[in-house]
Design a protein. Structure first.
Lengths: 246, 509
């Protein structure tokens, strides 16, 4: 019964997550950027912009310039999360992909890194006056949610180990639209419910920073306004006779 | 109010200041009157249905500007920007933290445009657009100089200037505009420049300048205006025509043109480089003001367009002129091609006066007596719009190197201010973005604090006594606020003022 409910919850969560995210991304992509507004240091070529974006997304370059504490905790959390996600691919692949096998041992440390990063970010939110001022209840709850996911996951590794073979059977079944039982474990239900909740709120929350950064005109525009005429569709239409998009 | 304004003490150790909630809530720029508003097509006073119209405008802007749409969603309240704004540092008002300033609008966006804010407003910090909120917008969006320093540090590149511009656009559309900026926009349309200097007065001023320079140097340096068929059209901020120290840079440009033997002209029609349309985020105004320059270029038949020392004007010229007016290259539409065929494609269009002068220096076409600037130990204040919204030359960062190269070529003593206060991390002078008005003098003095601290440091350690800059607003702002910090007002000046001091005009020996 718990297995069926969880499977259905995950179908719903996945649909909302994927559909909502696609809808948001389509909205960003559809909205024009009428003026050239890249911020310095702005690359003068498309490949330069790809590099800049890669540094921004992989190294958090701007954040590094801004504040080493936030950068450090942010890196711990995001890279931890990335490795943990990679580790979890073993529940969805059969045979398990080679590189997923390879990251298994690191995934454990990554779980701790993730929790530590989240705790650090939350401590700043609670104790740094400026950041406490700008925090909304949802900012705190988002960290609580992520911490719950991380800690319940770690607990299942080190305290109360559920039958992971059964968990894998459940998710393989889920992938093939066949409902399988879920091992009885309060921690597992807590862990999975929180993940489903995270997927559900993703497209409606500040988690949109993930797709948003790629559409940020200050970061993704090429600095070449003197060489190329940049004209948005609405500006061209408004001042008819000026010709097509440049 | 002006009498009671005191500069905050310089911080010995620049720790991030404590919050003083509402410290600046009563510092409100004067509201534009009916005459000023209607002259540029905005409602004369706050309209009865302001609530619906403001939200309608916000919805429209969210469809038209990807920046606003993404920036309303993407912020995670990480706090990276929270200590980066000069107005926050100087005033300690938490609503002058970039993220909090953005949240004044983001809270309304969430309430009216997002599911979470409609369902759980308290949870996500969403607020109805009430009259109090609208007033708060007016107050704090007129305490942002749109300098974009916060954007450099934001992990998503969120640009508070884009939010401030959208807010001012919405406020204007419901009849709640700012007097200073909107009055100036009216003047540029009716008279031709921000200072309201009519053509005949301008011609008089230029003649007077020719006489002054002749007296000083014995050389007939010309200040031509409306000359048909000149090679270069110079577009410069109108402050250059009579304000101190701006005028010394104008003399510098004229001497450079003279020494290079290049024919040039000013235009009485386009006697203003500044474009305050930028400050209110209004595309129509931005475009209309910029079009005067296109028209003047077409009428005079010039081959090159060069822009004088003005920060936001250079951002508009460099980044937006090609889009708005076709001044630039690479177009394939008849509107832009009409002008681009006339302009000489061998040169960057438009060109910054510093690019022009530096090219000449590199080609050994100018001669200097550097000792003429020996009374100065010079530092360079990067102006925000040049530093973070434009470029010079062909290289990334040319906007930083070229003015410094010029200074080193014309003066013997050059010192940098601390690293976190220059280049793309430069601090705004405190008077940009439409805030250079006496009704905001309290804000302006406090906003200058980080720059004054940096200047004080190099003044003490290296004896710096001249801060060069290439922005008319920076020059005017510093002239006004330097005395509040016990500096002489003449510590600030233009890069071409230094060029003017050192350039040799006689025949080559």
């Amino acid at each position: 019964m718990a297995g069926t409910l969880m499977a259905l919850l995950f179908y719903l969560a996945f649909l909302v997550f994927a559909g909502g995210l696609l809808y948001r991304i389509a909205g960003y992509a559809r909205t024009p950027a009428p003026l050239k507004i890249p911020t310095t240091p702005a690359p003068t070529t498309r490949s330069g912009v790809v590099l800049r974006m890669a540094r921004e997304v992989l190294l958090f370059e701007s954040l590094f310039k801004a504040n080493l504490w936030i950068w450090g905790f942010g890196i711990l959390f995001h890279f931890g999360l990335a490795l943990v996600l990679a580790r979890h691919l073993r529940y969805f692949t059969e045979p398990v992909w080679g590189w997923v096998d390879l990251v298994q041992p690191f995934g454990i440390y990554a779980g701790f890194a993730m929790a530590l990063g989240l705790a650090g970010l939350w401590a700043r939110r609670l104790f740094v006056q400026r950041i406490r001022y700008i925090s909304t209840p949802s900012d705190h709850l988002m960290l609580v949610l992520l911490l719950t996911i991380a800690l319940s996951g770690l607990s299942m590794k080190f305290i109360d180990h559920p039958d992971v073979v059964a968990v894998k059977r459940f998710f393989e079944g889920w992938l093939h639209l066949s409902l399988q039982p879920l091992p009885e474990s309060v921690l597992l239900v807590l862990h999975l419910s929180c993940v489903a909740l995270l997927l559900l709120i993703f497209p409606f929350s500040k988690l949109l920073h993930a797709p948003g950064v790629f559409f940020s005109p200050t970061r993704n525009q090429v600095d070449n306004p003197r060489e190329h005429r940049h004209l948005s569709s609405w500006a061209a239409a408004r001042y008819e006779g000026e010709g097509p998009r440049g | 109010m002006a009498e009671t304004v005191v500069a905050p003490p310089l911080r010995v150790i620049p720790i991030i200041p404590e919050l003083k909630p509402d410290a600046m809530k009563d510092v409100r720029s004067f509201v534009a009157n009916e005459k000023i508003q209607t002259a540029i097509g905005f409602p004369g006073q706050l309209v009865d249905d302001w609530h619906d119209r403001a939200l309608g405008k916000m919805g429209e802007l969210l469809e038209k500007y990807r920046s606003l749409k993404v920036y309303m969603d993407a912020c995670v309240h990480c706090g990276a920007c929270s200590d980066k704004c000069h107005y926050f540092i100087g005033t300690q008002d938490p609503k002058n933290m970039p993220v909090a300033r953005q949240d004044l609008m983001r809270s309304v966006y969430r309430r009216h445009f997002t599911l979470a804010g409609k369902l759980f407003p308290k949870l996500v910090g969403a607020r109805d657009l009430t009259r109090e909120v609208l007033d708060e917008w007016y107050t704090y969006y007129n305490q942002c100089s749109e300098c974009r320093r916060c954007s450099v540090f934001c992990p998503y590149g969120i640009d508070t200037a884009e939010v401030t511009m959208a807010a001012r656009e919405i406020l204007d559309s419901v009849g709640y505009g700012q007097k200073y900026t909107n009055e100036i926009i009216g003047k540029v349309h009716s008279i031709g420049n921000n200072l309201g200097l009519p053509g005949p007065a301008l011609i008089d001023t230029l003649q007077g300048l020719e006489e002054d320079v002749k007296e000083d140097t014995g050389v007939d340096v010309r200040f031509p205006i409306d000359v048909q068929g000149a090679e270069v059209l110079l577009i410069t901020p109108s402050a250059d025509f009579f304000a101190e120290p701006h005028i010394d840079s104008l003399i510098g440009y004229a001497k450079v043109f003279h020494a290079a033997g290049i024919s040039w002209t000013l235009s009485s029609k386009a006697s203003e480089a500044g474009n305050f349309g930028l400050f209110i985020g209004n595309y129509d105004q931005l475009r209309k003001i910029a079009l005067r320059i296109r028209e003047a270029a077409l009428e005079l038949g010039v081959k090159r367009i060069i822009v004088g020392e003005c920060g936001h004007a250079w951002r508009v010229a460099y980044s937006f002129w090609n889009t708005l007016t076709g001044i630039g290259a690479g177009a394939d539409d008849p509107f832009a091609l009409q002008l681009q065929r006339q302009l000489d494609g061998r040169y960057r269009q438009p060109t910054h006066i510093c690019e022009f002068t530096w090219d000449l220096i590199e080609r050994d076409a100018l001669r200097f007596d550097k000792s003429a600037n020996d009374q100065y130990v010079v530092t360079f204040h990067d102006s925000c719009n040049v530093a973070r919204g434009s470029r010079m030359g062909d290289m990334m960062g040319g906007q930083f190197e070229i003015p410094r190269n010029i200074i080193r070529a014309v003066a013997n003593h050059f010192v940098e201010m601390p690293e976190h206060t220059i280049r793309e991390k430069t601090f705004c002078c405190g008077g940009g973005g439409g805030l250079l008005t006496d009704d905001l003098i309290d804000l302006r003095v406090k906003g200058a604090l980080p720059r004054m601290e940096a200047l004080q440091e190099v003044a003490q350690t290296h004896g710096v006594n001249f801060m060069a800059t290439i922005c008319a607003i920076c020059k005017a702002q510093f002239s006004k606020v330097l005395p509040y910090y016990q500096f002489d007002r003449r510590v600030v000046g233009g890069v071409h003022q230094l060029v003017s001091n050192a350039i040799l005009l006689g025949p080559t020996p």
